[in-house]
Design a protein around this ligand. Sequence first.
Ligand code: PLP
Length: 381
Amino acid sequence: MKPIHMVDLKQQYLKIKDEVDAAITEVLDKTAFIGGPQVEKFAKSLSEYIGVKHVIPCANGTDALQIAMMALGLEPGDEVITPSFTYVATTEVIALLKLQPVFVEVDPTTFCVDPEAIKKAITPKTKAIVPVHLYGQSCDMEEIMAIANEHHLFVIEDNAQSIGSDYTFKDGTVKKTGNIGTVSCTSFFPSKNLGCYGDGGAVCTNDDELALKLKMIANHGQSKQYHHDLVGCNSRLDALQAAILNIKLPLLDSYIDARRKAADFYDNAFAGNDKISVPFRAPYSKHVFHQYTVILKNIDNPESVRDGLVAFLKENNIPCMIYYPIPAHKQKMFASFGGADYDLEKTDWLTHRVFSLPMHTELDEEQQSYIAGKVLEYINK
Ligand SMILES: *Cc1c(COP(=O)(O)O)cnc(C)c1O
């Protein structure tokens, strides 16, 4: 059996090695390291793929969120509603810009932000909502957009984990995640569904005026050379990374198929087990399985069972991860933002029980039946 990795970037690279190596050599030959044709081509291809009018590439997904919040003109003290159950980058940029994060619950079934919780958290100071399409599943965007429209709020989609996912509206309209909110942000971190070989990110919008501002802010607030109209930052997608992404973007749908196939295998293997709750697939979302995250249930002491399971799998050369063991509102980072004042029962419940298995494009059935077998062996003992 091939060794099992949480994410197997090496095997994936070997399948496209010739194209990738040639593309890298071409960038080196042309010494077009900053901007240039590869970056332009990628921005255009990604906008076609997502169906969104403007794609502004930038240095990483965290910058994408920061640039989006800066371009929307959010001011210190403005309240931004975000789930606490997410990767730290989502919530960190809110605090970095001296905005006030307002942490709300996720729906423990979908892992995504609960629209009812958003409604309850709105105050006269609320300016924006940041739905996070967690693990590869879209948030309930129809509900969230309705709430945002009613209260005149911006919607900043955190699409770092769900690029390529589709959302189906009640009238049958299908849109890709990242093409629904006011603006969306994504990441090309190597392990993401569309990963480059370093850091990369992008901001997307259909709003022409906002697109101009996003572009300026990502480039020192510059309107034309040496004219700096806004306070911005320096956040560029590297040409080498763009060249790699130009090869990988046409493969994204096949990568998603491979992830979904692996998810089906796990689902079948765990079917009927009352201690493992497999990922729910919301009817409105095409799940792209950035992670395969299960919930341990009907167990008295889930945290210690989970610790034992992690150790047991490690002994058997199976990596696994807890995404995420500490929710944002309990991070020390947010102590001065009132983090400790929150009581998010569902979020806490999840953080004690979630468990993510190896998920990537290169898993084979031999590996997966070994993984599932070892998980069941421990859980059922
Ligand atoms: C990865 C990730 C980010 C940040 O992306 P980077 O490119 O690592 O900065 C933001 N939000 C979520 C949900 C992520 O998973």
